[in-house]
Ligand binder design. Structure first.
Ligand code: PRP
Ligand code: URA
Length: 212
């Protein structure tokens, strides 16, 4: 794992291997979904690595002990629809007690602005860690819009987790949300003229759901 100020690249060999399979145009819809779910477990492990612990007194079959448990209120995972759900599901396997927010956004293909169509979040997110998930950080318009919406609802402790980030998106995101750390499995070369990440993996939502 390499960390540079606000961005952490989670370059675990298993993640890199699975990411290569996901990028491959010959990978099927079912294969893509399975790989994204598997990768989400590994990414979740890293994005939660420094969560605070407290202790609880429990009894093992042998004796009483003071044992570590997560401190504070339950986490919130905020999924940017649609493709965020591919990361969300695996993360909920690891942290089943997490609360979930859904932010429905799609990119206008001409302007690349994020258009909102749905928002539902837990009321009390101001005292919880909110991990926003979306496989792709391209222009960062979607991530920024989602985070602004969550901040309006009171979120103030936020991390952003994606699979692929473009340098242009990282720059825009860091300007708009300087206090929000980014976790990604890779930083790609650039955005093309249509706002797609190159080399990338194509349209994440379409590849997950077979809609193209
Ligand atoms: C994709 C992706 C991100 C967004 C990233 O969603 O899942 O949400 O694009 O691009 P940006 O950084 O330039 O905003 P899309 O709009 O294709 O919607 P979908 O998930 O419903 O397919
Ligand atoms: N959204 C995607 O799904 N893929 C990209 O390359 C850019 C935005």
């Amino acid at each position: 794992m390499s960390s540079n100020s606000n961005i952490t690249v989670i370059d675990h060999p298993l993640i890199q291997h699975k990411l290569t399979k996901m990028r491959d145009v010959n990978t099927s819809t079912a294969g893509f979904r399975r790989l994204l779910r598997e990768i989400s477990l590994l990414l979740c492990y890293e994005v939660t690595r420094n969560l605070e612990l407290t202790t609880e007194t429990i009894k093992t079959p042998m004796t009483e002990m003071s044992a570590p448990v997560l401190a504070g209120k339950k986490l919130v995972f905020a999924s940017i629809l649609r493709a965020g759900n591919g990361l969300l599901e695996g993360m909920l396997d690891l942290v089943p007690s997490a609360r979930v927010a859904h932010v429905g956004l799609y990119r206008d293909h001409k302007t690349l602005e994020a258009i909102e169509y749905y928002f539902k979040a837990p009321q009390d997110i101001s005292d919880r860690l909110v991990i926003v998930v979306d496989p792709m950080l391209a222009t960062a318009n979607s991530a920024t819009a989602a985070i602004e919406k969550l901040k309006e609802r009171g979120a103030n402790n936020i991390r952003f987790l994606c699979l692929l980030a473009a340098p242009e998106g990282i720059e825009a995101f860091t300007k708009a949300q300087p206090e929000v750390p980014i976790y990604t499995a890779a930083i790609d070369s650039h955005l093309n003229e249509k706002g797609y990440i190159v080399p990338g993996l194509g349209d994440a939502g379409d590849r997950m759901y077979g809609t193209k």
